[in-house]
Design a binder for this molecule. Structure first.
Ligand code: AMP
Ligand code: MG
Length: 408
């Protein structure tokens, strides 16, 4: 058994970046940026009015109320055709270029029309007020997005602003998902005696998709060598093969020998974590292979800790692991496993710091408890118990569940 940190190092060492490809901006959401992006112009590109009002010389209205002569108008998208002189004002709209000579914009709410030609400025205004100077946000040539950044809506806005209708992103890894187990039936089936529905297949496919992968579902294989072998042969054509179930040491746990028979070399087969100790990782040529434990929570947690990190690395992402935070425990937790435990919890902010309510769980089969959690409390092997009020580390799972205090 190797420690979790070491297992992650091994996985990340093996997961090489896939080549980049170019996509249209509208297809870039959720992809990983494979180039750095610089602004092609100053932002704002001109001194920009931040309010509807009057562009004027602030010094002219120091003794306001003051009447100014309105000498023009600049809507957004138009270039001013004259300067603002002493005693003058130009009507201006939000987003319009501030004319030469003006040093501030007085919002329309602090003005009143006087007659056909003049406006009364009701209050003084500070130099520079309501004007965003050219280049005050970004200078032409400045780095605006780093390589390896996940493209989220805010990054889409930056790309659009930089004129990037097409963008270089890491190729999506193709992930084959195979589930094994004689007891499993399809989601739409009614389980017979001793049978359960295959929840890992859909869950792992969903996790892979959220991590940016393209999923090939290989379906269900019974605990027999031939069907597993046939599916594995297909799965080894992908960039990454995930097999669920059959990796313990039971009589029907055939995955490891089948993988070995297909030329997969193993880098580890056991990791000192709970849930999930039997966890197989290997590779054949360019294909990475994970054998995850079949228990639903073990499968999801080990995917999140290791497979997700590999998929992000393959796409060239910089951030590969979940954010780790310090929380105050609201209830006691135990870890008698002798391994590092990952316990379901609901984290929220309270009184300026993060608190974590342990979610009651029956163990690594309890997929409903796992879905109620938004974080995993990390309990190192030596820490066999912790009480309410103590602090702990937690991994945030990226599920923004409100803690209503009512969920068990
Ligand atoms: P295994 O790792 O094959 O020994 O399976 C461990 C436990 O996980 C058993 O209770 C299995 O029934 C359950 N299990 C295995 N595969 C799945 C699956 N695809 N969906 C739901 N539960 C599963
Ligand atoms: Mg099994």
């Amino acid at each position: 058994m190797i420690p979790a940190e070491e297992a992650l190092e091994v996985v990340l060492r093996e997961a090489g970046a896939l080549p980049a490809e170019e996509v249209a901006l509208e297809d870039a959401l959720g992809r990983v940026l494979a180039e750095e992006v610089r602004s092609d112009r100053d932002l704002p590109p001109f001194d920009r009015a931040a309010m509807d009002g009057y562009a004027l010389r602030a010094a002219d209205v120091a003794g306001a109320p003051t009447a100014l002569v309105v000498v023009g108008e600049v809507p957004a998208g138009r270039w001013p055709d004259r300067e603002v002189g002493a005693g003058e004002a130009i009507r201006i709209m939000t987003g319009a270029p501030v004319p030469q000579g003006a040093t501030a914009v007085q919002p329309v709410e602090r003005t009143r029309p006087l007659d056909e030609f003049r406006v009364t400025i009701l209050a003084p205004v500070a130099e520079g007020a309501n004007v965003a100077p050219r280049g005050s946000e970004v200078r032409a040539g400045d780095l605006v997005l780093e390589r390896g950044r996940l493209i989220d809506p805010a990054a889409v806005a930056v790309l659009a602003s930089a004129g990037r209708a097409r963008v270089q992103v890491g190729r999506r890894p193709v992930v084959a998902v195979l589930v094994t187990g004689d007891e499993l039936v399809a989601v739409a089936a009614v389980p017979g005696p001793g049978q359960i529905r295959n929840s890992n297949g859909p869950a792992l496919a969903a996790q892979a998709r959220l991590a940016g992968a393209v999923v090939r579902v290989l379906g269900l294989a019974p605990d027999q060598t031939e069907p597993i072998a046939a599916a594995v042969a297909e799965g080894l054509k992908a960039d990454l093969l995930v097999v669920s179930g059959g990796v313990s040491v039971g009589d029907f746990d055939l995955v490891e020998p089948v993988l070995a028979g297909h030329g997969v070399s193993f880098l580890f087969t056991q990791v000192a974590i709970k849930p999930g100790a039997p966890l197989v990782f290997g590779r054949r040529a360019q294909t990475l292979v994970f054998g995850l434990p079949g228990n639903p929570v073990s499968a999801q947690v080990t995917f999140d800790l290791f497979v997700r990190a590999a998929l992000l690395k393959m796409q060239g992402a910089r951030v590969l692991t979940r954010p780790r935070v310090t929380v105050e425990l609201l209830g006691p937790v135990k870890n008698r496993s002798g391994r590092r435990a990952h316990l379901p919890a609901r984290v929220r902010s309270e009184g300026g710091h993060l608190v974590a309510r342990p979610v009651r769980s029956q163990g690594s089969g309890d997929l409903v408890a796992h879905a109620r959690a938004n974080a995993l409390l990390l309990m190192e092997a030596e820490r066999t118990q912790a009480e309410a009020g103590e602090t702990a580390e937690a991994l945030l799972l990226g599920r923004y569940l409100e803690d209503d205090g009512a969920t068990p």
